[in-house]
Write a protein that binds this ligand. Structure first.
Ligand SMILES: [Zn+2]
Length: 362
Protein backbone atom coordinates (compact mmCIF):
# COMPACT_ATOMS: atom_id res chain seq x y z
CA UNK A 1 0.00 0.00 0.00
CA UNK A 2 1.27 3.47 -0.87
CA UNK A 3 1.84 5.60 2.20
CA UNK A 4 2.80 9.17 2.98
CA UNK A 5 6.24 8.45 4.38
CA UNK A 6 7.69 11.50 2.68
CA UNK A 7 5.74 13.76 5.04
CA UNK A 8 7.81 12.88 8.09
CA UNK A 9 11.07 14.17 6.61
CA UNK A 10 9.88 17.76 6.79
CA UNK A 11 9.25 17.71 10.52
CA UNK A 12 11.35 17.74 13.64
CA UNK A 13 11.12 14.81 16.01
CA UNK A 14 8.63 15.01 18.85
CA UNK A 15 10.25 14.29 22.21
CA UNK A 16 8.24 11.50 23.82
CA UNK A 17 8.61 9.95 27.30
CA UNK A 18 8.71 6.16 26.92
CA UNK A 19 7.73 3.86 29.74
CA UNK A 20 7.05 0.14 30.14
CA UNK A 21 6.37 -2.36 32.91
CA UNK A 22 3.56 -3.39 35.24
CA UNK A 23 0.65 -0.95 35.74
CA UNK A 24 2.10 0.12 39.10
CA UNK A 25 5.61 0.61 37.66
CA UNK A 26 4.30 2.51 34.66
CA UNK A 27 2.29 4.81 36.92
CA UNK A 28 5.23 5.44 39.22
CA UNK A 29 7.56 6.30 36.34
CA UNK A 30 4.98 8.64 34.82
CA UNK A 31 4.44 10.29 38.20
CA UNK A 32 8.17 10.81 38.73
CA UNK A 33 8.67 12.23 35.25
CA UNK A 34 5.62 14.50 35.36
CA UNK A 35 5.65 15.60 39.02
CA UNK A 36 5.45 19.27 38.08
CA UNK A 37 2.50 18.66 35.74
CA UNK A 38 0.73 16.52 38.35
CA UNK A 39 0.91 19.24 41.00
CA UNK A 40 -0.08 21.92 38.50
CA UNK A 41 -3.21 19.91 37.58
CA UNK A 42 -4.21 19.85 41.25
CA UNK A 43 -3.81 23.62 41.49
CA UNK A 44 -5.96 24.06 38.36
CA UNK A 45 -8.58 21.72 39.81
CA UNK A 46 -8.68 23.73 43.05
CA UNK A 47 -9.28 26.84 40.97
CA UNK A 48 -12.04 25.10 38.97
CA UNK A 49 -13.77 24.11 42.20
CA UNK A 50 -14.34 27.79 42.95
CA UNK A 51 -16.47 28.03 39.77
CA UNK A 52 -18.93 25.40 40.99
CA UNK A 53 -21.53 26.50 43.53
CA UNK A 54 -20.63 24.66 46.74
CA UNK A 55 -17.64 22.96 45.14
CA UNK A 56 -14.98 21.86 47.65
CA UNK A 57 -12.05 19.45 47.66
CA UNK A 58 -13.75 17.50 50.46
CA UNK A 59 -16.86 17.20 48.31
CA UNK A 60 -14.74 16.01 45.41
CA UNK A 61 -13.04 13.40 47.61
CA UNK A 62 -16.42 12.15 48.83
CA UNK A 63 -17.61 11.88 45.23
CA UNK A 64 -14.45 10.01 44.23
CA UNK A 65 -15.02 7.49 47.03
CA UNK A 66 -18.41 6.73 45.48
CA UNK A 67 -17.10 6.12 41.98
CA UNK A 68 -13.81 4.36 42.78
CA UNK A 69 -15.45 0.96 43.47
CA UNK A 70 -17.07 1.13 40.04
CA UNK A 71 -13.73 1.89 38.40
CA UNK A 72 -12.08 -0.85 40.46
CA UNK A 73 -14.59 -3.39 39.15
CA UNK A 74 -14.34 -2.31 35.55
CA UNK A 75 -10.70 -1.31 35.25
CA UNK A 76 -8.54 -2.38 38.23
CA UNK A 77 -5.27 -2.15 36.28
CA UNK A 78 -5.60 1.55 35.80
CA UNK A 79 -6.28 2.20 39.48
CA UNK A 80 -2.98 0.43 40.15
CA UNK A 81 -1.37 2.77 37.66
CA UNK A 82 -2.93 5.74 39.46
CA UNK A 83 -1.58 4.47 42.79
CA UNK A 84 1.87 4.26 41.24
CA UNK A 85 1.46 7.75 39.78
CA UNK A 86 0.48 9.06 43.21
CA UNK A 87 3.65 7.59 44.72
CA UNK A 88 5.85 8.84 41.90
CA UNK A 89 4.43 12.36 41.81
CA UNK A 90 3.76 12.90 45.50
CA UNK A 91 0.13 13.85 44.84
CA UNK A 92 -2.01 12.07 47.45
CA UNK A 93 -4.15 9.35 45.88
CA UNK A 94 -7.41 10.77 47.22
CA UNK A 95 -6.57 14.17 45.72
CA UNK A 96 -5.61 12.57 42.40
CA UNK A 97 -8.84 10.56 42.33
CA UNK A 98 -10.90 13.60 43.33
CA UNK A 99 -9.38 15.67 40.52
CA UNK A 100 -10.32 13.18 37.80
CA UNK A 101 -13.57 11.72 39.16
CA UNK A 102 -15.89 14.00 37.21
CA UNK A 103 -17.03 15.88 40.32
CA UNK A 104 -16.59 19.18 38.52
CA UNK A 105 -17.93 18.40 35.05
CA UNK A 106 -18.36 21.96 33.83
CA UNK A 107 -17.55 22.11 30.14
CA UNK A 108 -18.60 25.70 29.65
CA UNK A 109 -18.00 26.67 26.06
CA UNK A 110 -14.83 24.59 25.72
CA UNK A 111 -14.48 21.90 23.10
CA UNK A 112 -12.42 20.37 20.35
CA UNK A 113 -12.57 19.73 16.60
CA UNK A 114 -11.97 16.25 15.14
CA UNK A 115 -11.69 14.74 11.66
CA UNK A 116 -11.14 11.21 10.43
CA UNK A 117 -10.47 10.22 6.83
CA UNK A 118 -10.38 6.68 5.46
CA UNK A 119 -7.93 5.26 2.91
CA UNK A 120 -10.27 5.86 -0.05
CA UNK A 121 -9.98 9.61 0.51
CA UNK A 122 -6.27 10.14 1.28
CA UNK A 123 -3.48 10.79 -1.20
CA UNK A 124 -1.38 7.87 0.02
CA UNK A 125 -4.10 5.38 0.99
CA UNK A 126 -3.53 5.94 4.70
CA UNK A 127 -6.08 6.33 7.48
CA UNK A 128 -5.73 9.81 8.98
CA UNK A 129 -7.31 10.78 12.32
CA UNK A 130 -7.00 14.34 13.61
CA UNK A 131 -7.82 16.37 16.69
CA UNK A 132 -7.42 19.93 17.95
CA UNK A 133 -7.31 19.92 21.76
CA UNK A 134 -9.22 22.98 22.95
CA UNK A 135 -9.30 23.47 26.69
CA UNK A 136 -8.50 25.81 29.58
CA UNK A 137 -5.38 27.90 28.86
CA UNK A 138 -3.72 26.99 32.22
CA UNK A 139 -3.35 23.43 30.86
CA UNK A 140 -0.97 24.68 28.16
CA UNK A 141 2.11 22.45 28.39
CA UNK A 142 0.41 20.07 30.83
CA UNK A 143 -0.75 17.65 28.13
CA UNK A 144 2.36 15.65 27.33
CA UNK A 145 3.41 13.03 24.76
CA UNK A 146 3.96 9.54 26.15
CA UNK A 147 4.67 6.07 24.77
CA UNK A 148 3.27 3.54 27.22
CA UNK A 149 3.72 -0.23 27.13
CA UNK A 150 1.99 -1.98 30.02
CA UNK A 151 3.05 -5.64 30.31
CA UNK A 152 0.91 -7.88 28.12
CA UNK A 153 -0.98 -5.04 26.43
CA UNK A 154 -0.57 -3.18 23.14
CA UNK A 155 1.86 -0.26 23.34
CA UNK A 156 0.34 3.14 22.66
CA UNK A 157 1.27 6.75 21.97
CA UNK A 158 -0.87 9.38 23.67
CA UNK A 159 -1.09 13.04 24.46
CA UNK A 160 -2.01 12.74 28.14
CA UNK A 161 -3.02 15.14 30.89
CA UNK A 162 -0.14 15.01 33.35
CA UNK A 163 1.13 11.95 31.47
CA UNK A 164 -1.72 9.86 32.92
CA UNK A 165 -5.07 10.61 31.24
CA UNK A 166 -4.98 10.39 27.43
CA UNK A 167 -6.98 12.81 25.34
CA UNK A 168 -5.80 11.32 22.03
CA UNK A 169 -3.68 8.36 21.07
CA UNK A 170 -3.26 5.20 19.05
CA UNK A 171 -1.79 1.78 19.65
CA UNK A 172 0.32 -0.78 17.84
CA UNK A 173 -2.78 -2.91 17.23
CA UNK A 174 -3.94 -0.16 14.85
CA UNK A 175 -6.63 1.42 17.05
CA UNK A 176 -6.95 5.17 17.64
CA UNK A 177 -8.85 7.19 20.21
CA UNK A 178 -9.72 10.83 19.75
CA UNK A 179 -12.90 12.69 20.55
CA UNK A 180 -14.87 15.60 21.84
CA UNK A 181 -16.55 16.80 25.00
CA UNK A 182 -20.34 16.75 24.84
CA UNK A 183 -22.80 18.21 27.37
CA UNK A 184 -25.39 15.63 28.36
CA UNK A 185 -28.24 16.08 30.80
CA UNK A 186 -28.21 12.56 32.29
CA UNK A 187 -24.95 12.65 34.32
CA UNK A 188 -24.99 10.34 37.35
CA UNK A 189 -22.62 8.62 39.76
CA UNK A 190 -20.66 6.17 37.65
CA UNK A 191 -17.48 5.55 35.67
CA UNK A 192 -16.02 9.01 34.92
CA UNK A 193 -15.51 9.98 31.28
CA UNK A 194 -11.74 10.33 31.60
CA UNK A 195 -11.28 6.57 32.06
CA UNK A 196 -12.71 4.90 28.92
CA UNK A 197 -10.26 6.63 26.53
CA UNK A 198 -7.34 5.02 28.37
CA UNK A 199 -8.91 1.60 28.07
CA UNK A 200 -9.62 2.01 24.34
CA UNK A 201 -5.86 2.41 23.88
CA UNK A 202 -5.36 -1.07 25.34
CA UNK A 203 -7.78 -2.69 22.88
CA UNK A 204 -6.47 -5.28 20.45
CA UNK A 205 -9.49 -5.32 18.16
CA UNK A 206 -12.01 -2.80 16.89
CA UNK A 207 -14.86 -4.48 18.76
CA UNK A 208 -12.88 -4.42 22.02
CA UNK A 209 -12.19 -0.73 21.42
CA UNK A 210 -15.83 0.15 20.76
CA UNK A 211 -16.91 -1.74 23.86
CA UNK A 212 -14.22 -0.04 25.97
CA UNK A 213 -15.35 3.37 24.73
CA UNK A 214 -18.86 2.98 26.18
CA UNK A 215 -18.76 0.90 29.39
CA UNK A 216 -22.10 0.26 31.06
CA UNK A 217 -22.43 2.20 34.27
CA UNK A 218 -20.92 5.43 32.98
CA UNK A 219 -21.42 8.55 35.03
CA UNK A 220 -20.52 10.79 32.09
CA UNK A 221 -19.16 10.45 28.59
CA UNK A 222 -17.23 12.04 25.80
CA UNK A 223 -17.98 11.54 22.16
CA UNK A 224 -15.24 8.94 21.75
CA UNK A 225 -13.97 8.61 18.18
CA UNK A 226 -12.62 5.11 17.63
CA UNK A 227 -10.92 4.23 14.36
CA UNK A 228 -9.01 1.24 13.04
CA UNK A 229 -6.19 0.99 10.54
CA UNK A 230 -8.60 -0.73 8.13
CA UNK A 231 -10.38 2.62 7.84
CA UNK A 232 -13.34 1.83 10.08
CA UNK A 233 -14.38 5.18 11.56
CA UNK A 234 -16.77 5.43 14.51
CA UNK A 235 -17.94 8.49 16.39
CA UNK A 236 -19.36 7.03 19.60
CA UNK A 237 -21.76 9.73 20.76
CA UNK A 238 -22.23 8.87 24.40
CA UNK A 239 -24.22 10.24 27.28
CA UNK A 240 -24.23 8.62 30.72
CA UNK A 241 -27.12 6.27 30.02
CA UNK A 242 -26.95 5.54 26.30
CA UNK A 243 -25.03 6.19 23.08
CA UNK A 244 -25.30 6.09 19.33
CA UNK A 245 -22.54 4.73 17.11
CA UNK A 246 -22.24 7.25 14.28
CA UNK A 247 -20.40 5.42 11.50
CA UNK A 248 -18.25 7.17 8.89
CA UNK A 249 -20.11 5.41 6.10
CA UNK A 250 -18.79 7.71 3.38
CA UNK A 251 -15.23 7.09 4.55
CA UNK A 252 -14.79 10.30 6.55
CA UNK A 253 -16.28 12.13 9.48
CA UNK A 254 -16.09 15.39 11.40
CA UNK A 255 -17.20 15.95 14.98
CA UNK A 256 -17.18 18.86 17.39
CA UNK A 257 -19.17 19.33 20.61
CA UNK A 258 -22.85 18.86 19.84
CA UNK A 259 -24.76 15.66 19.24
CA UNK A 260 -25.27 14.77 15.58
CA UNK A 261 -27.43 11.69 16.01
CA UNK A 262 -31.18 12.44 16.30
CA UNK A 263 -31.29 9.66 18.90
CA UNK A 264 -29.02 11.79 21.14
CA UNK A 265 -30.63 15.21 20.65
CA UNK A 266 -32.77 14.88 23.77
CA UNK A 267 -29.61 14.47 25.88
CA UNK A 268 -28.12 17.81 24.76
CA UNK A 269 -28.04 20.03 27.87
CA UNK A 270 -28.39 23.35 26.07
CA UNK A 271 -27.98 23.66 22.32
CA UNK A 272 -27.96 27.43 22.74
CA UNK A 273 -24.39 27.19 24.07
CA UNK A 274 -23.20 25.32 20.96
CA UNK A 275 -22.88 27.97 18.26
CA UNK A 276 -19.08 27.74 18.25
CA UNK A 277 -19.32 23.97 17.95
CA UNK A 278 -21.82 24.21 15.08
CA UNK A 279 -19.65 26.74 13.25
CA UNK A 280 -16.46 24.65 13.65
CA UNK A 281 -18.29 21.51 12.50
CA UNK A 282 -19.59 23.08 9.31
CA UNK A 283 -16.35 24.92 8.61
CA UNK A 284 -14.20 21.78 8.95
CA UNK A 285 -16.54 19.84 6.65
CA UNK A 286 -16.48 22.60 4.05
CA UNK A 287 -12.68 22.82 4.12
CA UNK A 288 -12.20 19.04 3.95
CA UNK A 289 -14.68 18.14 1.19
CA UNK A 290 -12.76 19.57 -1.81
CA UNK A 291 -9.75 17.46 -0.82
CA UNK A 292 -11.53 14.10 -0.49
CA UNK A 293 -9.57 11.64 -2.59
CA UNK A 294 -6.27 13.49 -2.03
CA UNK A 295 -6.15 14.35 1.67
CA UNK A 296 -2.67 14.54 3.23
CA UNK A 297 -1.57 15.34 6.80
CA UNK A 298 -0.86 18.86 5.53
CA UNK A 299 -4.45 19.24 4.26
CA UNK A 300 -5.63 18.58 7.79
CA UNK A 301 -3.00 20.80 9.42
CA UNK A 302 -4.26 23.67 7.25
CA UNK A 303 -7.81 23.03 8.52
CA UNK A 304 -6.49 22.96 12.09
CA UNK A 305 -5.01 26.45 11.54
CA UNK A 306 -8.25 27.94 10.22
CA UNK A 307 -9.33 31.24 11.76
CA UNK A 308 -12.81 31.85 10.37
CA UNK A 309 -14.91 32.93 13.35
CA UNK A 310 -11.78 33.93 15.30
CA UNK A 311 -11.22 33.73 18.23
CA UNK A 312 -13.81 30.92 18.48
CA UNK A 313 -12.41 29.32 15.31
CA UNK A 314 -11.14 25.80 14.62
CA UNK A 315 -7.75 27.13 15.73
CA UNK A 316 -9.11 28.60 18.94
CA UNK A 317 -7.73 31.57 20.82
CA UNK A 318 -8.83 33.07 24.11
CA UNK A 319 -12.02 35.09 23.74
CA UNK A 320 -11.76 38.09 26.08
CA UNK A 321 -15.58 38.20 26.25
CA UNK A 322 -15.67 34.83 28.02
CA UNK A 323 -15.64 34.45 31.79
CA UNK A 324 -12.82 32.47 33.40
CA UNK A 325 -14.78 29.20 33.40
CA UNK A 326 -15.42 29.46 29.65
CA UNK A 327 -11.92 30.47 28.59
CA UNK A 328 -10.46 28.09 26.06
CA UNK A 329 -7.74 27.85 23.45
CA UNK A 330 -6.23 25.19 21.23
CA UNK A 331 -3.52 23.54 23.33
CA UNK A 332 -2.21 21.49 20.38
CA UNK A 333 -3.22 20.16 16.98
CA UNK A 334 -2.58 16.54 16.07
CA UNK A 335 -2.78 14.22 13.08
CA UNK A 336 -2.38 10.45 13.38
CA UNK A 337 -1.51 8.23 10.42
CA UNK A 338 -2.86 4.87 11.60
CA UNK A 339 -1.44 3.10 8.56
CA UNK A 340 2.19 4.12 9.07
CA UNK A 341 2.06 4.53 12.87
CA UNK A 342 3.11 8.18 12.70
CA UNK A 343 1.73 11.17 14.53
CA UNK A 344 2.26 14.92 14.14
CA UNK A 345 1.64 17.26 17.07
CA UNK A 346 1.91 21.06 17.19
CA UNK A 347 3.55 22.69 20.20
CA UNK A 348 0.63 25.01 20.94
CA UNK A 349 -1.92 26.68 18.64
CA UNK A 350 -1.43 25.14 15.16
CA UNK A 351 -1.22 28.63 13.61
CA UNK A 352 1.80 29.63 15.68
CA UNK A 353 3.86 26.51 16.34
CA UNK A 354 5.47 23.78 14.26
CA UNK A 355 4.23 20.23 14.13
CA UNK A 356 6.68 17.58 15.26
CA UNK A 357 6.51 13.90 14.44
CA UNK A 358 6.86 10.55 16.19
CA UNK A 359 6.62 6.98 14.96
CA UNK A 360 5.15 4.49 17.42
CA UNK A 361 7.20 1.57 16.20
CA UNK A 362 10.39 3.61 15.71
ZN1 LIG B 1 -4.63 30.28 15.62
Amino acid sequence: MAVTLESSHRYGRLSVFRVHGSPRDVGEQLGERFTKEAHRAVEIFKRELTWEPGGTMEGAKRYARKVLPRIETWYPDFLDEMRGYSKGSGVAFDVLAASWSGYSPSLGRKGCTDLAVGPEHTAGGSVLVAHNEDYSPPFEGNVVPVHVAVDGKPAFFAMSYGGLFPTIGFNDAGISLTGNAVSHNDSRVGIPKMFPPRRVLEARTLVEALEASMPEGRGSSFNNIVCSREGELYSMEGSATTFDAVYGEDGWLVHTNHYLSPKMWKFETNLHTKFCSIMRYNRARRLLKPFLGRVTPETIMAIQRDHVGEPDSICRHENPANGEADKTKTLFGSVINLTTGEVWVSGSTPCSTEYRTYRLGG
